[in-house]
Design a protein around this ligand. Structure first.
Ligand code: NAP
Length: 246
């Protein structure tokens, strides 16, 4: 039987909500009664999502533009649930990484998580609101993957940021966890793994012998957001078919 959740009375913010995992998560959270704020940077994606799920609140912003993010979200607090999902990748050999590509990936995948979380958590603390935050990390945080230097580095930082947040926000009844998916064939997944010469060796290293589906990432995130995981704090949960264990 599929798990069921009751997020009624909870306001949730999902970043990177326009496509892929974020989009699937927004739809699931709405199904289980949350009031959802979908933040993403392409208006057309937000418009089509709004058509799909009635009552959705949308914010069109880049997560690395903190001034805009704060201005938009300050009208929408308190927020009880936060999923830092927005992320980007760029395939580059270590020797080809530029300061520009380094800054772009770090700004979106790590710095934005730090400061959006700080802003939202401060609101939770001031409002006496209990909360749950999930950071969407990756198996790449714990395993070096060819042409993923900056991405792996940012996600490794995100795992430790998750632990730090759990340590310092736990006393305020705010739990913080990360999920660490393997490849999912979203736009991002296609970027790195469409080529069968790359996909084959990766599949060989996943004991389950396949990549993950969006809902297989969404379901553990729902669990971590819900009271069903009320004592789970500071974890980095692989959703990788056993990749990191092997
Ligand atoms: P996706 O299909 O490319 O979707 C990412 C979404 O985030 C898009 O709507 C994108 O908007 C938005 N976004 C990207 N940068 C943004 C920014 N600066 N500000 C606001 N929104 C932004 O990617 P996905 O596969 O769902 O990935 C979601 C998360 O899962 C990422 O953190 C990724 O690192 C992680 N992850 C993915 C995989 C995988 O194989 N797919 C594996 C492990 C972890 P635009 O399209 O308009 O740019």
């Amino acid at each position: 039987m599929a798990a069921s959740y009751d997020f009624s009375g909870k306001r949730a913010l999902v970043t990177g909500a326009g496509k892929g995992i974020g989009r699937g998560l927004v739809i699931a959270l709405m199904r289980y009664g949350a009031e959802v704020i979908a933040l993403s940077r392409t208006q057309a994606d937000l418009d089509s999502l709004k058509e799909e799920v009635k009552g959705l609140i949308t914010v069109c912003a880049d997560v690395s533009d903190m001034a805009t993010v704060k201005a938009e979200l300050s009208k929408l607090r308190p927020i009880h649930l936060l999923v830092n999902n927005a992320g980007v990748g760029q395939l580059q050999h270590f020797l080809d990484v530029t300061p520009e590509s380094y800054d772009r990936i770090m700004d979106i995948n790590l710095k934005a998580v730090m400061f959006i979380s700080q802003f939202i958590a401060r609101g939770m603390v001031e409002g006496g609101v209990e909360g749950s935050i999930v950071n969407v990390s990756s198996q790449a945080s714990q395993c070096a993957l060819k042409e993923h230097t900056v991405y792996c580095t940012a996600k490794a930082g995100l795992d430790m940021l998750t632990k730090m947040m759990s340590l310092e926000l736990g006393p305020h009844k705010i739990r913080v966890n990360a999920v660490n998916p393997t490849v999912v064939m979203t736009n991002m997944g296609r970027l790195g793994w469409s080529d069968s010469k790359k996909a084959g060796p990766m599949l060989d290293r996943i004991p389950m012998g396949r990549f993950a589906e969006v809902e297989e990432i969404v379901n553990p995130i729902l669990f971590l957001l819900s009271d069903q995981s009320s004592m789970v704090n500071g974890t980095t949960l692989p959703i990788d078919g056993g990749f990191l264990a092997s």
